[in-house]
Design a protein around this ligand. Structure first.
Ligand code: FES
Length: 77
């Protein structure tokens, strides 16, 4: 596991920002249904473009729908 910091852009879904930074993340549907882009959020907060239908644990988010609402986000990819 490595730690890396990204400068987040407000209003952009996290999956786009993670891809732009060169990370590889599994994804499929792009609309919060399949859960393939599920990650654990350990710091910060997000809002969703649309509430995901994927089954998530309380500390999990789907990157394709998540938009950061705090300056710092900590996720485990
Ligand atoms: S790609 Fe399917 S939930 Fe994100």
């Amino acid at each position: 596991m490595r730690n890396q910091q990204l400068k987040l852009k407000s209003g952009l879904p996290l999956i786009q920002q993670v891809f732009d930074a060169g990370f590889e993340v599994d994804s499929c549907c792009g609309n919060g249904f399949c859960g393939m882009c599920r990650v654990t959020l350990t710091g910060g907060a997000v809002k969703y473009k649309e509430e995901p239908l994927a089954a998530l644990l309380p500390n999990e988010i789907v990157l394709c729908q998540a938009i950061p609402t705090t300056e710092d986000i900590v996720i485990n990819i």
